[in-house]
Design a protein around this ligand. Structure first.
Ligand code: NAP
Ligand code: MG
Length: 402
């Protein structure tokens, strides 16, 4: 069969550790034999980020802006231990944080459901899609340690040069402070992204913050959502038969646990970070969670929700066999190829991606899976395979479908 042609390149962002190994294997086994793959490649591996003073991350984000669709491998966010391990010039920021700040979007995360992997919450029947605001708050904060005897204030210098001050705390003893921000424009595009994606997916939207405690900051989120919904989406939602509902974050947590699933839960940046890990784990596995960043101007960046699976990588380096789950990384690629196919009007590319997803799910439902799923699958006949054999098993089913 002829390889499927592409028109516009995908922005390909390579990453670190075990996911970098998987990245190469999955391209070799599942994509390159079938697609005449066109990508603009950026190496976001920590070694190259360090060499380029992290410029490569900024370049990759700008390229994604230019072409409209990117696919990203998991990357290391450096901490003190990584400074030594990689001999870093600086403790570079989280690449995801940098990319999100440039694209200013919303991250949507949904679990991939397969037969045999039963959610820990027995009532959950349908996926819960987490929409995570991807700009600001604690991810763009400024923090300090404060010496006892200091007075900390918030100070804003207005355009006319006057200052507005508000006391944070009068420190009698040592402590810490933190300053963070968000922007009406970003919150508005967060709201619109959520409402648009919900219309697209035909699901209700739940939004929750802590506005009873954060009466100005979180309240601003609540007001902006309400205003935009009322003015721009109310009729469309009614027509589509879906609803928007706001509640306090603690109430939302209780309702989510008692629910059936099948809706979007919109969260502020930090809440979305934490809750998406909770949702992924409760649905069975962090390795079965897809993630896509959608910017207000319709730019898409696909990735897996999990990290670089460091422990498996060290085993791999020692020559030991690994059984690392590549599903979320495969779905990052299929998401990107599907979107590229849609935008460039290449139905055969989108169809290929669709089949690759089906082949992946079929493999697991046929009982062939990696160790993480093997531990929790309720299937009677199941086999644990290594990282590469899992990809090969998917390929057998894919060739049969094509
Ligand atoms: P992690 O890589 O997600 O792994 C945590 C644990 O979850 C693993 O040790 C493994 O458990 C299990 N796991 C995750 N993904 C798996 C997969 N695909 N297949 C099988 N098991 C999987 O998180 P981490 O260990 O906290 O972080 C490692 C590095 O990733 C850090 O440097 C962090 O900065 C980075 N990170 C990057 C991203 C991103 O780029 N989006 C996100 C999060 C973290 P077992 O070891 O028990 O098998
Ligand atoms: Mg997280």
């Amino acid at each position: 069969m002829d390889k499927i042609k592409m028109i516009t390149p995908l922005v390909e962002m390579d990453g670190d550790e075990m996911t970098r190994i998987i990245w190469q294997q999955l391209k070799d086994i599942l994509i390159l034999p079938y697609v005449d793959l066109k990508t603009e490649y950026y190496d976001l591996g920590l070694v190259h980020r360090n060499e380029t003073d992290d410029q490569v991350t900024v370049d990759a984000a700008n390229a994604t802006k230019k072409y409209g669709v990117g696919v990203k491998c998991a990357t290391i966010t450096p901490n003190a231990a990584r400074m030594d391990e990689y001999n870093l010039k600086s403790m570079w920021k989280s690449p995801n944080g940098t990319i999100r700040a440039i694209l200013d979007g919303t991250v949507f995360r949904s679990p991939i459901l397969v037969k045999g992997i039963v959610p820990y919450i027995p009532t959950w029947k349908k996926p819960i899609c987490i929409a995570r605001h991807a700009y600001g708050d604690v991810y763009k904060n400024t923090e300090m340690r404060v010496e006892g005897g200091s007075k900390a204030e918030l100070c804003v210098t207005k355009p006319d040069g006057t200052e507005e001050r508000s006391l944070i705390f009068d420190f009698k003893s040592d402590g810490v402070i933190q300053g963070m921000h968000n922007i009406d424009k970003s919150i508005s595009s967060f709201a619109r992204s959520c409402f648009n994606y919900a219309l697209d997916q035909h699901i209700d939207v739940w939004f929750a913050t802590k506005d009873t405690i954060s009466k100005t900051y979180d309240h601003r989120f609540k007001d902006i959502f309400a205003e935009i919904f009322e003015n721009e989406y109310k009729d469309k939602f009614e027509e589509a038969g879906i609803t928007y509902f706001y509640t306090l974050i603690d109430d939302a947590v209780a309702r989510v646990i008692r629910s059936e699933g099948g809706y979007m839960w919109a969260c502020k940046n930090y809440d979305g970070d934490v809750m998406s890990d909770m949702i992924a784990t409760a649905f069975g596995s962090l390795a079965m969670m897809t993630s896509v960043l959608v910017s207000p101007d319709g730019i898409y960046e696909f990735e897996a929700a999990h990290g670089t699976v460091q422990r498996h990588y060290y085993k791999h380096l020692k020559g030991e066999e690994t059984s690392t789950n590549s599903v979320a990384t495969i779905f990052a690629w299929t998401g990107a190829l599907k979107k590229r196919g849609e935008l460039d009007k290449l139905p055969e590319l989108a169809e290929f991606a669709e089949k690759l997803e089906k082949a992946t799910i079929k493999t697991i439902e046929d009982g062939i899976m990696t160790g993480d799923l093997y531990l929790i699958s309720t299937l009677q006949n199941k086999t644990k395979v290594n990282t590469e054999d899992f990809l090969k098993a998917i390929n057998e089913r894919l060739t049969a479908m094509l």
